[in-house]
Design a protein around this ligand. Structure first.
Ligand code: URA
Length: 433
C-alpha cells in the first residue's frame, strides 16, 4: 500500500477501505509517513469529507494508537460528559455530583485550560488541598465509593490525535468536521466510559460559530460513538454569551456550589439538569428523561446533590469548608465595577472577549507555562436581554491589580446594545440522539 494512492483516492472523492485508513494512522504515528503526505491527506479530507464508516474507522485507529483506560473495576454503567469548550462553563462541577447523587458512576479525566476557556482541573484547584493526581487504584476506589472522581489525564491516550492535531493546526485543516469529530471522540473513547453525553457549544464564543456546523459536528460524534459501541447523545447549547454569571476559577466553583444548593441561575441550572438527565437515562438509572429530571431536581432540593459534591471534594483532599462557605475560597484584592457608557438592552456579550479579559486578569493561561491565579475573575451583572442605563454596572472585575486597564477595555468591547428589547438566546438548540 502506498500513501500517495490513498491521498489520490480521497482527493478524487472515493471512499477509503478500513485498511487504507489504518495504514495512514499507524504509519503517521510511527513516523513512517511524512508530514507532507499527512497534510495533503487531511486537506483532501477537508474538501471531500468522510463517510460515517470512514470516520468511525479513523477514530478507532486513533484510539488503538495508544493506551486505553480500563474502567471495568468500577461497578455500574459509567457515564462521561464532554464540552467542546465555552466561557463560564462550570457544568462538570454540577453535573458530576447530580449524576452521582442518582447512584451513577462518573469517572472523569480532565484537562487544563489554555487561552480564553478555563480548564476543569485549574478550577478545581481553587479549593485548597484538592488533588487531581492520583493512582489508577485510588481513582477507581473513589468512584466506587463516592460515584465521582475527577483526575488529570494519565497514560498516553490517542497519541495519533496529538500528532495529527499539531499538524492540522499549522496546515489550515483543523476545521474539517470528520477530523474534529474523530479527534474529540478518540480521546473520549480511550477514557473508557460506557456512555457519553456531548455538550456541543454553538455561537460567537464557541469553536463552532454556526448552528449548522455545530449540528454536523454533533451528528458525526454521535454516529462515531454509537458505531463504536458507546451510547452517545449530543446537546447543542448556546455560547453567544458566557454561561451563568461567574467566570474565573474560584468564582466558578462558587457558582456551581450555589446551583447545587438550589440557586436559580437559569441558563446554568437548565443546561446542567439537561446534561445530567441524559447521562442518567443512558446509564438506565431511570426509564425516561422526565423521571430522571424530576429526581435530579429533587436531589438538589433535598441536599443529596450537594452532599455528593462535598464527599467528592473531601475524598480528593479538598477543604470542604471552602464550599460550605464560599467566602473562604481565594479572594482577589480589588473588586472593580465596569460601568456602561451606553443605555438600551444588552444584545450581545462576546464570550470570547470576556474569556480573554479574565485571562488578562490571570484566571487563564496565554501560554502553557503561565501560572493560574485562582482568586481573580469576572462577575457579569448584565446578560443578553437586560435593560441597561448609563452608569449601570456591566461586570465586576476581581483583580489583584488596582486598574486592570486591558481587561476593562476588553469587557467594554464585549458588550453590544440595542434600543429595542432583545430576547434571551435559546439555550438548548437541539438534542441529537
Ligand atoms: N478539540 C479537539 O480535541 N480536537 C479538535 O480537532 C478540535 C477541538
Amino acid at each position: 500500500m502506498r500513501m500517495v494512492d490513498i491521498i489520490h483516492s480521497k482527493r478524487d472523492g472515493q471512499e477509503l477501505t478500513d485498511n487504507e485508513i489504518q495504514f495512514f494512522v499507524e504509519g503517521y504515528t510511527k513516523g513512517e509517513i511524512p508530514d507532507y503526505q499527512a497534510s495533503a491527506f487531511m486537506m483532501a479530507v477537508y474538501f471531500q469529507g468522510m463517510t460515517a464508516r470512514e470516520t468511525a474507522v479513523l477514530t478507532q485507529a486513533m484510539v488503538d494508537s495508544g493506551e486505553t483506560i480500563d474502567l471495568s473495576a468500577i461497578e455500574g454503567h459509567k457515564v462521561d460528559k464532554h464540552s467542546t469548550g465555552g466561557v463560564g462553563d462550570k457544568v462538570t462541577f454540577i453535573v458530576g455530583p447530580l449524576v452521582a447523587s442518582a447512584g451513577v458512576p462518573v469517572a472523569k479525566m480532565s484537562g487544563r485550560g489554555l487561552g480564553h476557556t478555563g480548564g476543569t482541573l485549574d478550577k478545581l484547584e481553587a479549593i485548597s488541598g484538592l488533588q487531581i493526581e492520583m493512582s489508577k487504584e485510588q481513582f477507581i476506589e473513589n468512584v466506587n465509593k463516592h460515584k465521582l472522581a475527577v483526575a488529570g489525564q494519565t497514560g498516553n491516550l490517542a497519541p495519533a490525535d496529538k500528532k495529527l492535531y499539531a499538524l492540522r493546526d499549522v496546515t489550515a485543516t483543523v476545521e474539517a468536521i470528520p477530523l474534529i469529530a474523530g479527534s474529540i471522540m478518540s480521546k473520549k473513547l480511550a477514557s473508557g466510559a460506557d456512555s457519553i453525553v456531548l455538550d456541543v457549544k454553538t455561537g460567537s464564543g464557541a469553536f463552532m460559530k454556526t448552528l449548522e456546523d455545530s449540528e454536523s459536528l454533533a451528528k458525526e460524534m454521535v454516529a462515531i460513538g454509537n458505531n463504536l459501541g458507546r451510547k452517545t447523545v449530543a446537546i447543542i447549547s448556546d455560547m453567544n454569551q458566557p454561561l451563568g454569571y461567574e467566570v474565573g476559577n474560584a468564582n466558578e466553583i462558587k457558582e456551581a456550589a450555589a446551583i447545587l444548593q438550589g440557586a436559580d441561575v437559569p441558563d446554568l441550572r437548565e443546561l446542567s439538569l439537561e446534561i445530567a438527565s441524559h447521562m442518567t437515562v443512558l446509564a438506565d438509572a431511570f426509564s425516561d428523561y422526565a423521571e430522571a429530571r424530576k429526581t435530579l431536581e429533587e436531589n438538589i432540593g433535598n441536599g443529596k446533590a450537594f452532599d455528593a459534591f462535598r464527599s467528592f471534594i473531601e475524598a480528593q483532599g479538598g477543604d470542604v469548608s471552602m464550599i460550605d462557605d464560599t467566602d473562604k475560597l481565594p479572594q482577589a484584592k480589588h473588586h472593580i465595577d465596569v460601568l456602561s457608557d451606553e443605555e438600551g438592552f444588552v444584545s450581545e456579550i462576546d464570550a470570547e472577549s470576556i474569556g480573554v479579559a479574565a485571562m488578562y486578569l490571570g484566571a487563564g493561561r496565554a501560554t502553557k507555562d503561565d501560572e493560574i491565579n485562582h482568586a481573580v475573575g469576572i462577575t457579569l451583572k448584565k446578560k443578553i436581554g437586560d435593560a441597561v442605563q448609563k452608569g449601570d454596572v456591566l461586570v465586576t472585575l476581581h483583580a489583584d491589580t488596582e486598574t486592570p486597564e486591558d481587561s476593562i477595555q476588553k469587557v467594554k468591547q464585549a458588550y453590544r446594545f440595542s434600543q429595542e428589547k432583545t430576547e434571551r438566546p435559546i439555550l438548548i438548540h437541539k438534542v441529537i440522539t
